[in-house]
Write a protein that binds this ligand. Structure first.
Ligand SMILES: Cc1cc2nc3c(=O)[nH]c(=O)nc-3n(C[C@H](O)[C@H](O)[C@H](O)COP(=O)(O)OP(=O)(O)OC[C@H]3O[C@@H](n4cnc5c(N)ncnc54)[C@H](O)[C@@H]3O)c2cc1C
Length: 378
């Protein structure tokens, strides 16, 4: 007999797994298809910062959505621990955004009015993180900055989804989605299955399905290169951040150092020049990394879009087809909020009009992204 699902989710990164979890939890007969292994592409490359304050420049619908995502993480950790028995390794040490020049100070002090941000003099910052560079002129302390380990969040969502009855097919590539009269036929490397609705969550590779359904190709990769080192030498509680670079202290004792921003590069291997650049910047923030032992290095492809915002919503002419892709630098932060929004669309529950509008499936959405003007890193 042909397999038939309420919803088929395409892509087993953090976005697809979070969607499958939410749908299965709400008694939807759900299948998830992943070309490789769950969570091993861009999701695994991420630093895992939940930086709503650090990321959003204007107080718009995107900021509201990001703040909502950050709040959902307050309960997601406990819920996923119960549903899947996996610790998402949440760490809320905060972040210091370092200033080395008058321009840095001017830019950082624009955040002073935000609730969890405090401006610190150099002495105050160094009292908190004595191993940060002595060259700083001050720092913004973002008290509420939290980070998680993305691969574990993704794995927890996938395991939780399975426990609620979802079927997750790894190493199963979706070749094509075909519209039949009453359902979709999903052609996979393991055969055909059918579903009433399809949620495309294939990260930067979602363009194939956009194009197939007449929406063009609005995604492009923005490669980021990172490395991690073992730190058993110095105490570091907070993430250090300056101009395209961060040092994130993980619970395991590792420090994650990243990341480059290379638009248009489809190769997911780091190169020497990229790693050299991030090491140089990290050393300027935390000189003590010089002697730390390298653990791993890697690269990932952020799913870029022209305006830097994801596409989340129904196809304008086929309401059975939902897209949730293009989360660029913020897919980890936005995963729970995206999954909640897709669940509400599938179950015909209310979704904020501003979010529907901001993330609507319209490839002509205003072009505002300019990589050369990029000031942020993750
Ligand atoms: C260096 C770096 C640092 C980052 N740091 C942060 C951070 O600190 N905080 C943050 O919020 N975000 C961060 N990000 C961004 C974040 O990683 C992404 O936005 C997020 O991972 C996107 O998730 P996704 O599920 O859409 O994509 P992916 O994780 O790429 O998952 C998509 C999946 O779809 C699968 N797939 C593709 N095509 C098919 C097909 N035809 N059939 C079946 N499966 C398919 C792929 O194999 C893949 O596993 C960072 C990214 C990078 C590269």
């Amino acid at each position: 007999m042909k397999k038939h699902y309420d919803t088929a989710v395409i892509g087993g990164g953090i976005i697809g797994c979070a969607i499958a979890y939410e749908l299965a939890k709400n008694k939807q007969k759900t299948a998830l298809f992943e070309s490789g292994a769950i969570g091993k592409r861009t999701t695994s490359a991420a630093a895992g910062m939940l930086g709503a304050h650090a990321e959003c420049e204007s107080r718009d619908a995107f900021f509201d959505f990001a703040m909502h995502g950050q709040r959902l993480y307050e309960t997601a950790g406990k819920e996923l621990q119960e549903a899947a028995g996996i610790d998402i390794r949440r760490h809320n040490g905060g972040m210091l955004k370092l200033a080395y020049s008058k321009d840095d100070i001017t830019r950082l002090r624009e955040m002073d009015d935000l609730p969890s941000v405090t401006w610190l003099s150099a002495e105050e910052a160094l009292e908190r993180e004595p191993f940060a560079s002595k060259d700083i002129l001050g720092a913004s302390l973002i008290k509420d900055d939290v980070h998680v380990e993305p691969y574990y969040v993704c794995k927890a969502y996938a395991k939780g989804a399975r426990r609620y009855g979802a079927e997750c097919y790894e190493h199963t590539h979706v070749i094509e989605i075909k519209r039949d009269i009453e359902a979709f036929c999903i052609k996979t490397s393991a055969g055909d299955v059918y579903a009433d609705q399809v949620a495309v969550a294939s990260g930067v590779w979602s363009g194939q399905f956009f194009a197939q359904f007449g929406l063009g190709q609005p995604f492009f990769p923005v490669k980021g290169e990172c490395l991690s080192v073992w730190n058993d030498e110095i105490p570091l509680t907070r993430t250090l951040y300056h101009d395209h670079c961060y040092v994130v202290p993980r619970k395991s004792g590792r420090l994650v150092i990243g990341a480059t921003m290379k638009p248009g590069d489809w190769c997911d291997k780091p190169d020497i020049g990229g790693l050299e650049a991030v090491i140089k910047k990290a050393k300027s923030m935390l000189p003590a990394i010089e002697h730390m032992k390298i653990d791993q290095f890697w690269a990932g492809l952020r799913p870029g879009t022209k305006d830097g915002k994801p596409f989340i919503g129904r196809h304008p002419e086929d309401s059975g087809l939902i897209f949730a892709a293009g989360h660029f630098r913020n897919g980890i932060l936005l995963a729970p909020a995206t999954a909640e929004m897709v669940r509400n669309l599938v179950l015909n529950q209310e979704v904020k009009t501003e979010w529907k509008e901001a993330f609507r499936i319209d490839p002509r959405r205003r072009f505002r992204y300019d990589p050369s003007a990029e000031r942020k890193t993750n």
